[in-house]
Design a protein around this ligand. Structure first.
Ligand SMILES: NC(=O)c1ccc[n+]([C@@H]2O[C@H](COP(=O)([O-])OP(=O)(O)OC[C@H]3O[C@@H](n4cnc5c(N)ncnc54)[C@H](OP(=O)(O)O)[C@@H]3O)[C@@H](O)[C@H]2O)c1
Length: 303
């Protein structure tokens, strides 16, 4: 029988993973909450559109989930017309590869629940954006009840797989990684803002000062992405979600999480300014511009 996979969630990362799975020759069943996106994807790249996650799992028992967060993950797995409802109706079994970056609490709950009803749950959040996903160059952090579930060809198609143990260890490693790079972007933004607040233009601070130090590497790595207005690969709304999950994860273990709190506060400011769809590194430019605006307002008031 032809090997198949179902993929739920055709956002930036999900559609890139879907393309990689299709290119490997799998028969792919796709589902997305906004149906038009699934139809458009199918026309462009292939894949069979399913009307619900329940229908998708009845077509194929290997399910990749790439939706946004804890709530959407609950809804596609446990909600009406979700994966579990589909399995109840068909009486089938399934392996769920969960690529969503979720909170530790969610990971612990969902992995226990799914294992208790005989579903093989493979927690597999990834490091790397859509461009790396299409090329099969992701870093896949994997946790499962049994190490063999992380060792198959399916995850290796996506990139290098690192086995961490049982859930929620992959979720924990993913949040630890994300708060590291989100903290770097927020620090850069605060540096730009401080310079700007005292009248040192942020462009000059970037080029003449940071550009002459080792931090140049970070500035060059992000380049244009440090400024709002470009195409997003990983949105500020998702960065807010991840920094919030990281904060909770730290606090649950008694660590204050001051950086995670600051990062989450800054991204909520961006989201409140209707900039949730901006690329995450543009937090740096957002803070620089905010400081510039405050300085200009103060000087207009004669401050
Ligand atoms: N982008 C990256 O570089 C990257 C890298 C590593 C990890 N991740 C993680 O991968 C996951 C997906 O990221 P992404 O960049 O693909 O996000 P995205 O572009 O914002 O897409 C989000 C996806 O989730 C779906 N969704 C949102 N709320 C839903 C709900 N209530 N019920 C069902 N579906 C829902 C969206 O459906 P609609 O189309 O209907 O809105 C869309 O398919 C996130 O957990 C993210 O943190 C992303």
């Amino acid at each position: 029988m032809e090997e198949c996979a179902a993929l739920l969630g055709l956002g930036r990362l999900g559609s890139a993973i879907a393309r990689r799975l299709l290119e490997s020759g799998l028969r792919l069943i796709i589902w997305n909450r906004t149906v038009s996106k699934a139809i458009e994807f199918s026309r462009k790249y292939g894949g069979i559109v399913a009307p619900s996650p329940a229908e998708a799992v009845s077509e194929c028992s290997d399910v990749h989930v790439v939706v946004a967060d804890d709530d959407s993950n609950y809804s596609v797995l446990l909600g009406p017309q979700g994966v579990i409802e589909g399995l109840r109706k068909s009486g089938g079994r399934a392996t769920i590869y969960n690529h969503v970056t979720v909170s530790i609490a969610h990971s612990a709950t969902i992995s226990k629940l799914l294992s208790s009803i005989g579903v093989t749950y493979v927690e597999a959040p990834v490091i790397g954006g859509p461009d790396r996903a299409v090329r099969g160059e992701l870093l896949v952090l994997c946790a499962a009840e049994d190490e063999s579930h992380c060792a198959g060809q399916r995850l290796r198609l996506l990139g290098k797989v690192i086995y961490l143990g049982k859930p929620p260890l992959a979720a924990a490693a993913k949040l630890a990684f994300n708060i590291t790079f989100l903290g770097i972007v927020a620090s850069l933004g605060e540096g730009l803002a401080l310079a700007e607040a005292y009248g040192i233009e942020h462009e000059r601070f970037l080029e003449a000062i940071l550009g002459n130090t080792w931090i140049k590497t970070i500035v060059e790595r992000y380049g244009r992405r440090l400024w709002p207005g470009g195409e997003a690969r990983f949105t500020s709304s998702l960065a807010l979600k991840d920094s919030h999950y990281a904060l909770r994860a730290l606090q649950e273990r008694g660590v204050p999480g001051l950086i995670a709190a600051a990062v989450s506060g800054y991204y909520s400011l961006m989201v409140r300014e209707n900039m949730g769809e901006e690329d995450y590194p543009s937090l740096a430019g957002f803070l620089a511009k905010l400081a510039e605006r405050i300085r200009l307002q103060d000087s207009a008031r004669g401050g």
